[in-house]
Design a protein around this ligand. Structure first.
Ligand code: ADP
Ligand code: MG
Length: 304
């Protein structure tokens, strides 16, 4: 630090002169900055003149470290010595680890579309979910899917069936977050609310666009199928259409339900105004082609 001291000393000689005293305190601040000291400590080859010539760069570094504004807040400055011709102090900027994490988080949020589901599901992380004998088959099935999907975009989805509160929605949220993080467009929709929100907007163009987005998602998760109040229209013009498109394009599709597949077929047959076992069987056929059924047992986790 001998050089450092001699430079700071030079400034101190002028403390009685007002013009210089301002400059000297600025020099002190810059040269005493921890980052600047570490940098100079690591570069004993720099002469007093090199440091003098590099002072504007050291000042820029000091400013970038200590006076963050909205533009610089995401960047971390770094000093280095460019030694091609003369020893020259230079500065470069890296994106901070926090900013990189934030960018990833934003991208993940954008890729996962929740339709009529609470935003808190975005924070479910499969790494930290409770794991026991009851939900083990589902967690393993999810892990198998994620692994296979990395090499096969047509991997088959799952039909998770189990009682209220056993964690179906929660585990699907964990999978959705993981797949969105890996770069896939995921649509996760709550079937009962979605279907009731459609009633009354039947002729609306935006419904057609929404259905299209759902059909096209890399991954589609339909939550709580069987709990909705279907009309013949929503069964035949919404659900059937979406599932047909998913099947035609072999796109992974997931369902959660309180019903086993067998019981779901009865639910589809009895819509509000009519009974139609043939249409129900056809719909069920699509779900069977798209998924593998996994049953989840256990207690109602909502009761703690
Ligand atoms: P379901 O969709 O089967 O009715 P949920 O997924 O809504 O049940 O789960 C009920 C509650 O239990 C959730 O709010 C969640 O907080 C909790 N939960 C479920 N599964 C787990 C798990 N594996 N680890 C931690 N909490 C869980
Ligand atoms: Mg649920």
């Amino acid at each position: 630090m001998a050089i450092l001291n001699s430079i700071t000393d030079t400034g101190n000689k002028h403390t009685d002169n007002k013009v210089f005293s301002k400059q000297s305190s600025l020099r002190d601040l810059v040269l005493n900055d921890l980052g600047v000291r570490q940098f100079l400590g690591c570069h004993p080859e720099l002469s007093k003149d090199d440091i003098e010539a590099g002072f504007p760069t050291l000042y820029e570094y000091y400013q970038a470290r200590n006076n963050k504004d909205s533009v610089t807040k995401d960047y971390v400055p770094e000093l280095f010595v460019e030694s091609k011709n003369k020893k020259h102090i230079s500065i470069t900027y890296h994106k901070s680890a926090d900013a990189i994490k934030n960018d990833k988080e934003k991208a993940r949020k954008k890729r996962l579309e929740l339709i009529n589901l609470p935003d808190k599901l975005r924070s479910v992380d499969l790494k930290y979910v409770d794991y026991d004998e009851d939900n083990k088959p589902i967690i393993l099935a999810i892990a198998d899917f994620v692994k296979e999907y990395r090499t096969n975009p047509h991997a088959r989805g799952l039909y998770l069936c189990g009682d209220f509160g056993v964690g179906k929605t929660y585990l699907m949220a964990g999978m959705a977050n993981l797949l969105a993080e890996e770069g896939h467009k995921v649509v996760f929709l709550h079937m009962p609310t979605f279907i009731s929100s459609l009633n009354g907007h039947i002729k609306n163009n935006s419904v057609r666009e929404e259905i299209q987005r759902i059909e096209d998602a890399d991954i589609l998760i339909i939550d709580d199928i069987g709990a909705e109040t279907l009309s013949a229209w929503s069964r035949d013009n919404v659900l059937s259409v979406i599932l047909q498109a998913r099947m035609d394009n072999a796109l992974p599709t997931f369902f959660t339900s309180n019903f086993a597949m067998e019981d779901l077929q009865r639910h589809f047959a009895e819509v509000r105004t009519s009974s139609d076992p043939v249409k129900a069987a056809r719909l069920m056929q699509r779900i069977k082609v798209l998924t593998k059924e996994v049953v989840i047992g256990g207690k109602n986790r909502r009761l703690g």
